[in-house]
Design a protein around this ligand. Structure first.
Ligand code: SIN
Length: 305
């Protein structure tokens, strides 16, 4: 009998598989399809202080081996998330969930995290400083070490829950940004958010996406994400939630070998709503095939020797 459980900054997960924010709603929507208690945890839809309608449509462009999104952080705002969405989730999910928090100013991040900190079912805060689809916020905090440090430090002061910072790959050195977050008191790093991309509609000769550019994700980005997880693991001694194009149990194991402690599954949920279930159910057989008794023992294993 293999052991799939991992310790994520003090949170014991039955397995390391977590649906990524923005690809799994607030979780309860999927409870109609299967028992979501098989998941390691759930990273909830990205949440801001005020409700947001999101970006103009079209917001999605399909690509070979992936897709581009420009959703623009559509969400009902932190108060509605805590008072309406979270109680709905609590009815069907008995495990700690992850609050994914975005903002446009440091005090917005702080207020949101202060509120999320009081919610019992929130077991971990994921500070999103990497959304490529909004101006004056989101990714702009995550593209400079100084601003990444400042927002992480400010938020650290208002929560004792495990604090992970979600980073963008659209930078010269993701390692430098991760190191700044570690110095500011983060408990872990989530990476990677989407890669900035675009498509052009050949018939209209115009960009497919109304906002022109968006974030590219899906299987095509997996090797890029894996490389960045590898680099951050070597440089920063914090647990990592690895994500980017993960779509199989083998991908999960590869992410752990590169240095991830937990693994988020994103675009795969949009292709197949049962993707996380299939990955979790096939993990034990994949481990047995590879002679792995415990997932915890292989974290960062590809760095040894
Ligand atoms: C979005 O809502 O535009 C995507 C969120 C993200 O990439 O962080």
């Amino acid at each position: 009998m293999v052991n799939t459980s991992v310790d994520l900054a003090g949170l014991r997960l039955d397995n390391p598989v977590i649906p990524a924010s923005g690809t799994f709603g607030f979780g309860y929507e999927f409870a109609e399809l299967y028992d979501i208690n098989i998941l390691g945890s759930i990273s909830l839809k990205g949440t801001t202080l005020a409700p947001r309608f999101g970006n103009p449509t079209p917001r999605i462009a399909e690509c070979t081996a992936g897709l581009i999104n420009s959703v623009g952080l559509q969400n009902p705002g932190i108060d509605a998330v805590l008072s309406e969405e979270l109680p709905r989730l609590a009815k069907v999910f008995r495990k700690p969930a992850i609050a994914n928090i975005s903002g446009f100013a440091i005090d917005e991040y702080v207020t949101c995290v202060e509120k999320a900190d009081k919610a019992e079912q929130i077991g971990l805060i994921e500070l999103n400083i990497s959304c490529p689809n909004v101006h004056n916020g989101g990714m702009s905090f995550g593209t400079e070490a100084k601003s990444a440090y400042e927002v992480t430090k400010a938020v650290r002061a208002v929560t004792k829950k495990p604090l992970f910072v979600k980073l963008t790959p659209n930078v010269t050195s993701i390692v430098a940004i991760a190191a700044a977050c570690a110095e500011a008191g983060a408990d872990g790093i989530s990476l990677i958010n989407t890669l900035l991309g675009m498509r052009i509609d050949l018939k209209r000769r115009r960009p497919v996406i109304a906002n022109v550019k968006g974030g590219f994700s899906g299987p095509a980005v997996f090797p890029v994400a894996l490389r960045m997880v590898w680099e951050v693991y070597e440089a920063v001694k914090l647990p990592i939630m690895g994500m980017g194009g993960v779509s199989s149990a083998a991908d999960v194991i590869e992410m752990l070998l590169a240095g991830a402690t937990a693994v988020q599954v994103g675009a795969a949920n949009l292709v197949d709503p049962f993707a996380c279930k299939k990955i979790i159910e096939s993990l034990p057989a994949e481990m047995e095939k590879l002679g792995i008794e415990s997932l915890e023992e292989i974290i960062g294993g590809a760095h040894n020797g």
